[in-house]
Design a protein around this ligand. Structure first.
Ligand code: HPA
Length: 285
């Protein structure tokens, strides 16, 4: 199934208008918090909460473990607009719908997007519970024709053929590395493979993904990052490795959404929160 939606700037701006009616925050940084990683939004100060179902045109996500609301406020002295829960392709939304929130952020004036996700580890040097700085990605659905920028290009939003040679901002990556070091957080680095989901990978698929050069795999992020780059945002991304994927036997290596959520919440979210706070503090300038 490949579906396309066509949104215009007036669709995005209807959503922006609704947000502006609920918050006076002028966000510099957008935060997308993945499965089990939404707790950081609870510590946003002077917070305004705007449920997605109160935002016109907004796709309505139902995934367990997501609060499905915007949280606008201040974190480490920086104005932020956080998404507690994201829209997933596997819910049946088009890639244009999946990336609708990024356009809303763009029209709200967000300049830096920090994305987080829960991911399966493909690099054998990783372990469940680890964090990975995303230095690059492979947009497999996009390469196969399911790309959020297919369709009419509005030059007011971005250029027809956006450059993706440094999608994950090298300067922000450097800040993340030094923050991790200063806080004693182990931070792996690698390539994130975005797939549609919702099934987890077979052992043969795991082997294939490893050979394609991926270090972690998940069901989100690549569309959002592509649209953010199209819109001129600087991007920083982190994967929380909730489980390791094994290329050989399946025996004893089952993956479940409940395990993904629990690992995200208990082990990864606290380290990720410290890391994101450190990066934000450095953006305060
Ligand atoms: N595969 C795909 N997506 C995921 C995984 C996985 O193993 N773990 C968390 N998200």
């Amino acid at each position: 199934m490949t579906t396309y939606d066509h949104y215009t700037i007036s669709d995005y701006d209807l959503a922006v208008e609704a947000l502006r009616a609920r918050t006076s925050v002028q966000p510099l940084v957008g935060l997308i918090l993945g499965s089990g990683l939404g707790t950081l939004a609870e510590s946003i100060e002077k917070a305004d909460y705007i449920p997605y179902n109160e935002v016109p045109r907004f796709p309505q996500s139902q995934v367990l473990g997501h609060r499905n609301r915007f949280v606008a406020g201040t974190l480490e002295g920086v104005s932020v607009l956080a998404m507690q829960g994201r829209i997933h392709y596997y819910e049946g939304f088009s890639m244009q719908a999946v990336t609708f929130p990024v356009r809303v952020m763009q029209r709200m004036g967000v300049k830096v997007l920090i994305v987080t996700n829960a991911a399966g580890g493909l690099n054998p040097s990783f372990a469940a519970g680890d964090l990975m700085l995303i230095t690059d990605h492979i947009n497999l659905p996009g390469m196969a024709g399911n790309h959020p920028l297919i369709g009419h290009n509005d030059d007011a939003l971005g250029e027809r053929f956006p450059d993706m040679s440094a999608a994950y901002d090298p300067q922000l990556c450097a800040v993340a590395r030094s923050t991790a070091q200063a806080k004693g957080i182990t931070l792996h680095e690698g390539v994130y493979m975005g797939l549609s989901g919702p099934s987890f990978e077979t052992p043969a698929e795991v082997r294939m993904l490893q050979r394609l050069g991926a270090d972690a795999v998940g069901m989100s992020t690549v569309g959002e990052v592509t649209v953010a780059r199209h819109g001129g945002m600087r991007v920083l991304g982190f994967s929380g490795i909730t489980n390791m994927l094994v290329a050989g036997e399946t025996h004893g290596q089952e993956v479940s959404h409940a395990d993904v959520l629990a690992m995200g919440r208990d082990k990864i979210a606290p380290a990720l929160a410290a890391l994101v706070r450190g990066v934000l503090a450095s953006l305060r300038g």
